[in-house]
Design a protein. Structure first.
Length: 293
């Protein structure tokens, strides 16, 4: 491969790498595209610093990796600059709701969830507001062969409205029960079922496709039956060794593969505004992992 001048610096043993030596305002050359793609396959999430991007430039970068998604009915996010695919992830200083404050993959409540997410920091709090990532293959590989075999047979039911519940989502403590009831009406029927163990179509690695909030239950199980095992899996995802933590600075951009990592927006900057711009793109989805008979 041609030397593009790109440097990839891993942040931890399994998850996340910083990429330097590239100006994302410029059209992405094929060689640079392939290096970034390889880094995402290796680390699940990549981070760029000191990038000065307009929403249109962010969108152009993201579109190199897939078709951008408009997603008209998902949430409280609005598009910017007449670009419906560039969504505001906004928390005003007084807002109780911290969008994405729990381990999740973007839009797992759809049959075909987003493949890559590209998040640019527009206005950042003076402290806090980091985003954490945890690698789903590291989580899978850490399980015993016996539990892996059990999970191979299970699917998870992912429910959109759970993001707005303080009962289910411990990070959403400021939300009222009425808000959740409204969300249940607004997002009724937005749910999808995915295998708990799946195979990444590019790396071939198995992943633990599970979100403590969006996954309501195992298919065919009640929620009460599912909760003890889901609680155990939540601990596996959150194991510090499986994670990395990204500290945002002016000009930072993160890109992650929703088939390979979960992410978590930390709720530790109360009283400050935080504005991010997010673009999601589609791509080949996870493959069914072979099932034991
Ligand atoms: C998201 O969950 O997509 C947003 C993450 C963040 O704002 O850090």
């Amino acid at each position: 491969m041609k030397n593009t001048g790109i440097t990839v610096c891993p942040l931890s043993a399994y998850t996340g790498a910083e990429i330097s030596g590239i100006d994302l305002r410029e059209p992405l050359e094929e060689e640079a595209y392939l290096e970034i793609r390889q880094a995402i396959n290796d680390w699940g999430a990549v981070f760029f610093r000191d990038q000065v991007l307009t929403p249109a430039q962010q969108l152009a970068f993201a579109r190199k990796f897939g078709k951008s998604e408009e997603d008209t009915h998902v949430s409280n996010m609005t598009g910017v600059d007449g670009l419906p695919e560039v969504k505001e992830v906004l928390r005003e200083a007084g807002d109780a709701r911290n969008i994405g404050g729990f381990w999740h993959m973007d839009q797992s409540f759809y049959d075909l969830p987003s493949c890559f997410s590209v998040l640019y920091g527009r206005e950042l709090p003076p402290i806090g507001g980091d985003t954490m990532f945890s690698h789903l293959s590291a989580a899978h590989d850490s399980l015993s062969p016996g539990l892996q075999r059990t999970l191979e047979r299970l699917s998870g039911v992912h429910v959109r409205a759970h993001a707005d519940s303080s009962e289910i989502n411990s990070a959403a403590s400021g939300l009222s029960f009425d808000y959740y009831v409204e969300s249940c009406k607004r997002f009724a029927g937005i749910e999808a079922t995915h295998p708990i163990i799946a195979r990444h179509p590019e790396t071939g690695r198995k992943v633990l496709y599970f979100s403590p909030v969006y996954t309501d239950r195992f298919e065919g199980w009640t929620r009460d039956e599912s909760l003890p095992l889901m609680k155990y899996l939540t601990g596996v995802l959150g194991k510090p060794e499986h994670t990395c933590r990204f500290r945002w600075e002016q000009g930072s951009m993160a890109m992650w593969d929703n088939r390979a990592v979960v992410h978590y927006a930390l709720d530790d900057y109360g009283g400050h505004r935080r504005l991010m711009h997010r673009v999601t793109v589609d791509g080949p989805w996870l493959e069914q992992s072979e099932k034991e008979s």
